[in-house]
Design a protein around this ligand. Structure first.
Ligand code: LMR
Length: 399
């Protein structure tokens, strides 16, 4: 009899569980279109040259390993505020944004969930249908209840704008709506700048709190264009929470680096909010790891490195865009009759292919091609060497 007898086997994570399964697969031709990790045309997840450069400098400088403050480095806070909100808006909001350096975007989301629970109690948290699988776990584990708003129309493979705006109108004051700031995960279907104005108007009219998950800045159009949602809401004077991740755009996946920004109504409110955020962090991981934040800060505070990094992000974005087009032609060449040209309109790493769970299973079992059960693919996982194989296998399973 063990004290842990009551620990039942948990279900595998729909995304990271797939990565473990992929690792164990011994087939040589296996292809991973599951987890959202960028790979280059050779299938390698690169360390960005700007990052490598800074890491060498940091190693030589051998900075202290003493604790950071609970909310992380102040220099990181201001650098990431500028990236997120743009310099002019960030300075207008000076003193009103509470920023915490967090372990990844997931850490930012969880601290946000804990902060809301601690300050307002259990809240209905509205998630897009569909959304990133982990949103559900993060907000329920933080003690909230879940609701869903319409987002994607699988008939048009685009945002179902009428249903989306209609649902936003029904969200009661004080509830939270989690919205993907850009490069919607899992669909790749994004809101336009005009759509964001409408989102701001509805949030302001109805009084719900927008919480933006901002994990792919730079993977859609460019660094500034991808921030349009965040900036439109903040410019409208709304309270807003933003959870940023630097896993993808800095390639810092394993360094776990993100940021939580809470835009407050006044500096006095910001002081109180910060004290509550600190409590959430102190009782969870105490203070953040420093390495990833030091890299991001060094790059963003040096104009030459920033422009190098911007080019590197453009390189990743362009590869994904080119791959989308190549994949659509490969599917046509493989004889697939279904029109997949919508893949070229979608943004960021992911697309919802419309491939059914049965077909996903066949692709995995018979062809060693891994994708999330929802039919989501990481487009970056398609490379020149697996393109024909993937297109051919899809032809076989969907006909
Ligand atoms: C994904 O959606 O694949 C990524 O955000 C990685 C993850 O943590 O799920």
């Amino acid at each position: 009899m063990s004290l842990f007898d009551s620990a039942t086997q948990a279900p595998a994570d729909p995304i990271l569980g797939l990565s473990s399964q992929f690792k164990k697969d011994t087939r040589e031709n296996k292809v991973n279109l599951g987890v959202g990790v960028f790979v280059d045309a050779h299938g390698v997840t690169p360390v960005l040259p700007s990052v490598l450069n800074v890491e060498k400098q940091l190693a030589d400088a051998s900075a202290s390993k003493s604790y950071l403050p609970m909310t992380g480095s102040p220099a990181y806070a201001s650098a990431t505020q500028n990236l997120c909100f743009g310099q002019s808006l960030a300075s207008q909001l000076d003193g009103r944004i509470v920023t915490a350096q967090t372990p990844g975007g997931t850490g930012a989301l969880r601290v946000a969930g804990d902060f809301l629970k601690r300050t307002t109690g259990t809240l209905p948290v509205w998630l897009s249908n569909p959304t990133w699988a982990n949103h559900k776990g993060i907000f329920t584990t933080a003690g909230h209840t879940l609701k869903e708003y319409a987002y994607f129309d699988s008939a048009t493979n685009a945002v179902d704008r009428d249903a989306f705006f209609a649902d936003l109108q029904t969200i009661p004051a004080g509830d939270v709506a989690v919205i993907h700031a850009c490069c919607h995960n899992p669909t790749g279907a994004d809101l336009s700048a005009d759509d964001w104005k409408q989102v701001a108007a509805i949030a302001s009219d109805k009084g719900w709190l927008p919480l933006l998950d901002f994990a792919y800045q730079g993977f859609g159009e460019n660094i500034d264009a991808d921030a349009v949602g965040v900036r439109t809401l903040a410019e409208a004077g709304l309270p807003v929470i933003v959870c940023q991740s630097f896993s993808k755009n800095f390639g810092l996946y394993q360094d776990r680096i993100g940021a939580l920004h809470i835009v407050c109504a006044s500096t006095e409110e910001a002081t109180r909010v910060k004290s509550q955020v600190e409590l959430c962090i102190r009782t969870n991981y105490s203070n953040p790891p420093a390495h990833g934040g030091a890299i991001v800060t060094a790059i963003l505070n040096d104009p030459t490195l920033t422009s190098q990094w911007d080019q590197e992000v453009a390189g990743m974005r362009d590869r994904i865009k080119t791959t989308r087009a190549d994949f659509v032609s490969a599917l046509q060449q493989a004889g697939v009759s279904r029109d997949f040209s919508f893949l070229m309109d979608q943004k960021g790493m992911f697309s919802f292919t419309g491939i059914t769970v049965e077909q996903v299973t066949r692709l995995r079992e018979e062809f060693a091609i891994y994708m999330v059960n929802s039919g989501r693919i990481n487009v970056a996982g398609i490379t020149p060497s697996n393109l024909t194989q993937v297109a051919g296998a899809i032809k076989t399973v969907i006909g």
